[in-house]
Ligand binder design. Structure first.
Ligand code: NAD
Length: 292
């Protein structure tokens, strides 16, 4: 090569290498994310994942102690300017309305909403009280409606669309004995997400669902009657449940909150810009395992 050309090539390579080594902007930098049930297992793991990707995160929860503990933990890890905590009972229209109007006032809007708050109750249908039935519907169907509706209002007012992620459940699609209230409420939540996806498209609002199966580690759902009932069903102890679920899964692997958070981050970001009204099952292949 002539001397000048050789120099140009080397110079160009150097510039390319320099560009590649420059820190890349984080995918969610500048985004505001709200996570309900953010003080608990899947919620806090999702908060950490979105914070890792550069978002500012507001965690909401009904449990004040857990909320302040989670807020403190996240602030220590990511800095106090990136994290805020907000008390909310997702079943209360006034509380949800107040939280969203505060968010609108402080941040001008939100870009991401992860509706995750939840409970799970277990009882045979003939022993299920109306109060239990109602509680599942209130939190998992009505609560998701209230959060979805307020997100729509705020995202539409902001005018740049957004991403809403519902944490569903394998039980939204597959019935489970002794959990009719939970399964029915989760099915309603899933269908609500599909309706919101249809309505939101024109405003650039995407709505998707992550369906986990049996995330035992870090989940308070698995510390109560739900775990007890499942242990009886599989004739094992609650301590052995994680390995039981692992062994009956197609992949022979446990699902952790971080695995669910990974799917949440994908739906929250522009990486999933062409997806709405969709589901990711994070279930170690269980949905397939049951149909083999
Ligand atoms: P978790 O109990 O650890 O966390 C749920 C959080 O929601 C808690 O912090 C709780 O205080 C909060 N919450 C409950 N009621 C609320 C209300 N009315 N308003 C505001 N916050 C409220 O449970 P998790 O396992 O992290 O579950 C999170 C979501 O994942 C739930 O929707 C659950 O149905 C779903 N899910 C969990 C599993 C699993 O195996 N853990 C499987 C499938 C789906």
């Amino acid at each position: 090569l002539p001397e000048q050309e050789a120099f140009d090539i080397e110079y160009w390579d150097l510039e390319e290498a320099k560009l590649q080594r420059m820190p890349k902007p984080k995918p969610l930098a500048g985004r505001i994310a709200l996570i309900t049930g953010g003080a608990g297992g899947i919620g806090i793991a999702s908060a950490q994942r979105l914070l890792d990707e550069g978002a500012c995160v507001v965690i909401c929860d009904i449990d004040r102690d857990a909320l302040s503990g989670a807020e403190e933990r996240l602030r220590t890890q990511y800095g106090k300017d990136s994290v805020a905590g907000c008390w909310v009972d997702v079943t209360r229209e006034d509380a949800v309305g107040k939280a969203f109007s505060d968010l609108g006032w402080i941040f001008g809007g939100i870009d991401i909403c992860v509706s995750n708050a939840g409970i799970a109750s277990a009882s045979p249908i003939d022993e299920t009280s109306l109060a239990t039935w109602q509680r599942n519907i209130d939190i998992l169907a009505t609560g998701y409606f209230l959060i979805g509706r307020q997100s729509f209002q705020l995202m539409k007012a902001q005018g740049i669309g957004g991403s809403i992620v519902f944490i569903g459940s394998k039980n939204a699609l597959a019935a489970s004995a002794g959990a009719a209230a939970y399964c029915t409420a989760k099915a309603a939540e899933l269908h609500l997400a599909r309706c919101l996806a249809l309505e939101g498209a024109v405003a650039g609002i995407r709505v998707n669902v992550v369906n986990p199966d049996a995330v035992l580690r870090g989940s308070r759902i698995w510390q109560g009657e739900w775990a007890q009932q499942r242990a009886e069903q599989y004739k094992t102890s609650t301590d052995e449940l994680e390995s039981v679920y692992r062994e009956r899964s197609l992949l022979k692997r446990s699902v952790y909150p971080e695995d669910v958070a990974e799917a949440v981050a994908w739906f929250a970001s522009e990486r999933s810009a062409k997806s709405t009204g969709n589901i990711i099952n994070v279930d170690a292949g269980n949905a397939q395992a049951f149909t083999r």
